[in-house]
Design a protein around this ligand. Structure first.
Ligand SMILES: [Zn+2]
Length: 266
């Protein structure tokens, strides 16, 4: 039967509808199974818990996200920085060294093949300290914040000790890493493993002088030893300002940053 408006009159209404459905089945026959599967999949997907959860149709499940997240990395355990690691020496007078052996014996000699500035140097800052290179303008291109990573741990411990035990005074960093210049070629400053330190009054550019300076340097030398430096020298050089020279071995423990990049102190 050829379908057309006149069929309703010629063939009758029921026969026309039957012929129409047969024609539809003939044309859509090959795709009907696929269409049925699509419809079924759509209906199942509407009822899936994850989809309903995403659509806000289900109450929040606290375990749903946590189960799929990896374990958070653990922060490294850092040594305590607020307590001394050695008892205080009874005295540490002008010119004294601790230990009394040579610095190279206690802290190791300069070894260019074992030193890499990019790997070994760190930039250290602490607002409780006074840094000479922050105040000497363009007359000097050194950076006193730059030191060997092995010196950071005793240095940060020393900052805490000075804050606790030297009220009214401030740790001053006079010298740290200096690859060339005023020191000898064998100086541990050329690897950033030595620091020259004094005490001063906050806000003052003047160093302590006379008996007050002498007593302060002896106390500072004791604190540097207690903070864990491997060799400490209460140094009064000819033609230079007195200071405490404190140095470390290259294989001394290093502070590692926590996973978020910050230094977490206990
Ligand atoms: Zn020095």
């Amino acid at each position: 039967m050829i379908l057309g408006p006149e069929n309703f009159f010629v063939e009758g209404r029921t026969a026309t509808w039957r012929a129409f459905l047969r024609a539809v089945r003939r044309r859509l026959g090959p795709v009907l199974p696929w269409a049925a599967m699509l419809l079924l999949g759509f209906a199942l997907g509407r009822g899936c818990p994850a989809r309903r959860h995403a659509a806000g149709l289900l109450p929040e499940d606290p375990g749903f996200e946590a189960e799929n997240l990896p374990e958070p990395p653990r922060a490294p355990v850092l040594p305590p920085l607020r307590e001394p690691v050695r008892p205080a020496p009874e005295s540490f007078p002008r010119g004294a060294r601790r230990p009394v052996s040579a610095e190279t014996r206690a802290a190791g000699a300069v070894r260019p093949s074992a030193f890499s500035p990019g790997r070994d140097l760190v930039y250290v800052d602490d607002p409780r300290c006074w840094w000479e290179s922050d105040h000497d303008g363009d007359t000097d291109d050194e950076c006193d914040h730059t030191m060997h990573a092995a010196a950071e741990l005793p240095f940060r411990r020393l900052v805490h000790l000075v804050e606790q035990r030297e009220p009214g005074l401030q740790l001053r960093v006079q010298e740290a890493y200096r690859p060339i210049g005023i020191h000898t070629a064998r100086s541990l400053h050329s690897e950033g493993r030595a620091l020259d330190l004094t005490l001063g009054r906050p806000g003052s550019s003047k160093s302590l002088s006379g008996p007050e300076a002498s007593a302060a340097l002896e106390r500072l030398a004791k604190l540097a030893w207690q903070a864990g430096f491997d060799w400490v020298y209460n140094e009064w050089p000819k033609g230079g300002g007195p200071h405490v020279h404190a140095s470390v071995r290259r294989d001394a423990p290093r502070l590692r940053p926590a996973v978020d990049g910050r230094l977490h102190e206990p």
